[in-house]
Ligand binder design. Structure first.
Ligand code: NAD
Ligand code: MN
Length: 362
């Protein structure tokens, strides 16, 4: 029996609901595996409630406590009452940067049965992967406020973006390596190097240099403003998309909405060196507007569990999850964000049922 130790951080709002759904799926698979693998899940009750009680988002040395786990399964952070920058930096970014999970992988699939937001003749063939630089860029945390000598009402704040050649190169290479394994073998790099003449120009130069090592991979480069339009107007041009921390963050919300809903998108924060645990989470946040009602879409979190199993070497099980998700949406079993009437538990029940169905079909 392969014993997998998971650190589970449900976090806030619908994070707790969707993580529960994801754990139901993987525990079901473990039970059905006839002893091939089992999960040992330790729960860490960190987040905004913890903050209101203890004055910090996680316990002292929290990141270190996660080091020995095989993977981290994460819900979402953020809730009214705690400033968003406090909750994000105190937990999610602390873990991503603490473990140098520098590659954030965000696949976007157009699932059957989901109402289309994109008017395109061949929408079913679309399949994107956003590769987000996850360790520096606009989320470097470098900056400051309250520069002296300006006077009341004249505060100045600086928020710097950090781009290192090493950081650019490793994420760009990651994108090229991934593109090689895919159908079209194409990488699109997105920057704003016309306006941002230092970091983004460095990125472009590294992109051009690295691309020479991959003559079999087609390349494309867009400025981010035009890229936002191209996502809608020429979606078939996209396959693997690589961008900085902020730009890929924005474009992945756009991409997942075009594919149906923010609730569909899965993500993996990977440390490709493998010497620290990687973290798996849906792309969306804690959605305080619908939290506690049991109506959140768990597909992003369940897809993230599939990415986690794949990362842990359980590739067949990961594929089963993705097929079962597609079968559930194909049957029109959808949450409200997709125009359906089913709740979180019902979607999860359906995916569990479909796990057996798709397994029998293989
Ligand atoms: P959000 O993703 O939480 O919600 C945006 C909209 O999408 C809301 O209307 C919400 O109801 C809807 N939505 C999101 N996920 C859904 C799902 N699974 N099913 C159905 N509908 C869904 O973004 P926001 O409102 O900008 O942020 C809310 C909080 O989440 C903030 O505190 C923010 O900082 C935090 N946040 C955290 C993460 C993270 O932990 N990784 C990511 C993004 C935002
Ligand atoms: Mn985001």
């Amino acid at each position: 029996t392969k014993r997998i130790r998971l650190a589970v951080i449900p976090g806030d709002g619908i994070g707790t609901e969707v993580v529960e759904a994801g754990l139901r799926i993987i525990n079901h698979l473990a039970e059905a595996s006839n002893g091939k693998f089992e999960f040992e899940s330790d729960f860490f009750p960190w987040g905004c409630e913890y903050y209101l009680e203890h004055g910090k988002m996680m316990e002292e040395g929290g990141v270190e406590r996660l080091r020995g786990y095989d993977a981290i399964y994460f819900g979402a952070v953020g809730f009214p009452g705690v400033p968003d920058h406090v909750s994000l930096w105190g937990l999610r970014l602390a873990i991503c940067q603490g473990f140098d999970q520098w590659a954030n992988i965000r696949p976007i699939e157009f699932l059957p049965g989901v109402p289309r937001r994109l008017n395109h003749p061949d929408v079913d063939s679309l399949n994107w992967v956003l590769i987000r630089e996850n360790s520096e860029g606009e989320y470097s945390g470098i900056g400051g406020r309250n520069f002296s000598g300006r006077g009341l009402g004249k505060e100045v704040a600086v928020q710097s973006a950090l781009f290192t050649e090493h950081g650019c190169e490793r994420i760009i290479r990651y994108a090229f390596d991934l593109a090689r394994t895919r159908k079209r073998k194409k990488v699109t790099s997105i920057t704003k190097s016309n306006a941002q003449q230092y970091g983004m120009v460095l990125w472009d130069e590294v992109f051009s240099r690295v691309s020479k090592d991959y003559p079999d991979v087609e390349t494309d480069q867009w400025l981010v403003d035009a890229a936002a339009a191209q996502f809608v107007l020429k979606p078939e041009e996209l396959e693997v998309v690589v961008a900085s921390n902020l730009f890929a963050d924005i474009l992945s919300d756009l991409g997942s909405a075009l594919a149906g809903s923010l609730g569909l998108a899965a993500s993996a924060n990977i440390n490709p060196e493998g010497n620290t645990p990687s973290m798996f989470e849906s792309v969306h946040g804690s959605a305080p507007d619908i939290a506690g009602q049991g109506i959140s879409n768990p597909i992003g979190a369940i897809g993230s569990a599939a990415l986690m199993l794949d990362h842990l070497g359980l590739n067949e099980e990961a594929e089963l999850i993705n097929k079962a998700i597609a079968e559930t949406t194909r049957q029109g079993i959808l949450t409200r964000d997709l125009g359906g009437t089913y709740n979180t538990d019902e979607i999860t029940d359906s995916i569990i049922e479909n796990l057996s169905k798709v397994k029998a079909e293989i």
